[in-house]
Design a protein around this ligand. Structure first.
Ligand code: AMP
Length: 218
């Protein structure tokens, strides 16, 4: 039976970075709702245009749209043996919908939910200094992980830009939305005994080791 993992944590906790590393290690697809929305935004699809309005304000895209998008993604065959979900679910309704769709699609259940914890002032510093590569989404930080040449991606030479939702105003709103809408999921998964709290205020490799040891035996 497939083992599904959900990664939780506020914006800026390093969830995306850790999710990518973990998915690779486990050999399962990394499904990031934010990445799928951004791909649709770039391609100017109807979904992208609709979602873009919410994303640029730091608000959540409505549940029905988000749930349909994820359902379509995880019903594909590459998710048969498991998937690593990053950024979904983000509301109680999405968590319930996820349980239902896994059971409908016969894809097992959520067995582990690493939740990365980082103090709020650190989150704000990390997000507002983040710069993202236009071509492939490589991530840098102007102070903590600067590129060799300012404004240029070390890996593919493309332009580095600040995501519109990484500005101070939008970041503050995203963190507020996280507390209001996503924090309740921590209780939801804790009650089911699958929550794994991870200290995210450490170097990337140390956080990753923390996740791997918390997952031992799951
Ligand atoms: P992320 O890259 O995960 O920080 O997501 C960027 C933005 O995409 C969020 O601020 C939301 O506007 C939107 N988004 C991503 N995942 C979800 C979700 N599960 N539910 C609603 N909106 C989402």
């Amino acid at each position: 039976m497939a083992k599904q993992i959900v990664m939780l944590g506020p914006p800026g906790a390093g969830k995306g970075t850790q999710a990518k590393m973990l998915a690779e290690k486990l050999g399962v697809p990394h499904v990031s709702s934010g990445d799928i929305f951004r791909e649709n935004l770039r391609a100017q699809t109807e979904l992208g245009r609709h979602a873009g309005v919410y994303i640029n304000r730091g608000e959540l895209v409505p549940d029905d749209v988000t749930i349909a998008m994820i359902r379509e993604r995880i019903s594909r065959r590459d998710c048969n043996d498991g998937v690593l979900l990053d950024g979904f679910p983000r509301t109680a309704a999405q968590a319930e919908a996820l349980d239902e769709m896994l059971s409908d699609l016969d894809k097992g259940q959520v067995v582990a939910v690493p939740c990365i914890i980082v103090p709020e002032d650190v989150l704000i510093e990390r997000l507002t200094g983040r710069r993202t590569c236009r071509a492939q989404g490589h991530v840098f930080h102007i102070a903590f992980n600067p590129p060799v040449q300012a404004g240029v991606c070390d890996f593919d030479g493309s332009e580095l830009y600040q995501r519109e939702d990484d500005t101070v105003e939008t970041v503050t709103n995203r963190i507020r939305v996280y507390h209001e809408r996503t924090q309740p999921l921590i209780d939801y998964y804790q009650q089911r005994g699958v929550l794994l709290e991870i200290d995210g205020n450490r170097p990337i490799e140390a956080v990753f080791d923390g996740i791997l040891s918390a997952l031992t035996g799951v």
